[in-house]
Design a protein around this ligand. Structure first.
Ligand code: F6R
Length: 242
């Protein structure tokens, strides 16, 4: 399998390496694919620091985020739009119209998914895609069972995902039941992919993604079929594979 895997001993080294992977691909005209969630928070902090030190500029890049909750306005602090502003975009020189994320406030989520998909193929595909992984093996919000040829769509989130993402909502019941996500087909179009995983809760998903036959039961297993994947793990997440 053509992937590169690195295991990091400290979170600081992990975050710095992830930021450097992205920074090396921040060049005029680049299209970057970003993920949200806990895992890349430190990576974004390091990217903001690289920008502050004058080492990178986002002035001529465009970005696509993977997903957004249906029903959350971009101004809602729990939205992924707010996450991206808070963790990266307010700290760097990206143009306001150069970053893209599905709108959780769109009156017709299906139509919004179709609009976002059209935009993805118009401006993309992505040069470099950062991914996290769910404890159930999801990438983006492509939950287990999602066909590998699916493009951007509205998804019913699993209870496991709502449980894992309950933090800012107070309870899993309060996590939106649906999201708009780029599909596996979109993700696989990226020229290069960086998959990030931290913590023991990801070890089994990583093991299955890398060791089992690729299949929709473990969405991240599709990455075995991609020609250029880099995987950064901490020691806990690497428990099942090294
Ligand atoms: C987020 C996303 C998800 C997360 C995954 C891991 O945009 O697409 O696939 O990457 O749920 O989330 P954390 O990092 O919070 O464990």
């Amino acid at each position: 399998m053509p992937y590169t895997l690195k295991v990091f001993e400290s979170e600081e080294a992990f975050d710095r390496a992830a930021a450097e992977w992205v920074a090396a691909r921040v060049r005029p005209g680049a299209v970057l694919g970003f993920a949200t969630g806990n895992t890349p928070v430190g990576m974004y902090r390091q990217l903001a620091a690289l920008h502050r030190r004058g080492e990178i500029s986002f002035a001529a890049v465009r970005t696509f985020n993977l997903d957004e909750y249906v029903g959350l306005d971009p101004a809602d602090p729990r939205s992924y739009a707010a996450y991206m502003r808070e963790h990266l975009f307010r700290w760097v020189d990206i143009a306001p119209d150069a970053w893209h994320i599905p709108s959780g406030a769109a009156p017709d989520p299906e139509e919004e998914a179709a609009r976002y998909d059209r935009l993805y193929w118009e401006l993309g595909p992505v040069d470099a895609q950062v991914l996290g992984i769910g404890g159930n093996g999801h990438i983006g919000f492509n939950e287990p069972g999602t066909p590998f040829d699916k493009t951007t769509h509205v998804v019913e989130l699993t209870w496991q995902t709502r449980l894992a993402n309950a933090g800012p909502f107070g309870s899993p019941e309060a996590v939106p039941a649906r999201a708009i996500t780029l599909g596996i087909r979109n993700i696989m179009e990226a020229r290069e992919i960086l998959l990030l995983a931290k913590g023991a809760a990801k070890a089994e998903a990583i093991r299955r993604a890398l060791r089992e036959e690729p299949g929709p039961g473990v969405p991240a297993s599709v990455l075995q079929l991609h020609p250029k994947v880099t995987i950064y793990l901490d020691q806990e997440a690497a428990g099942g594979v090294v």
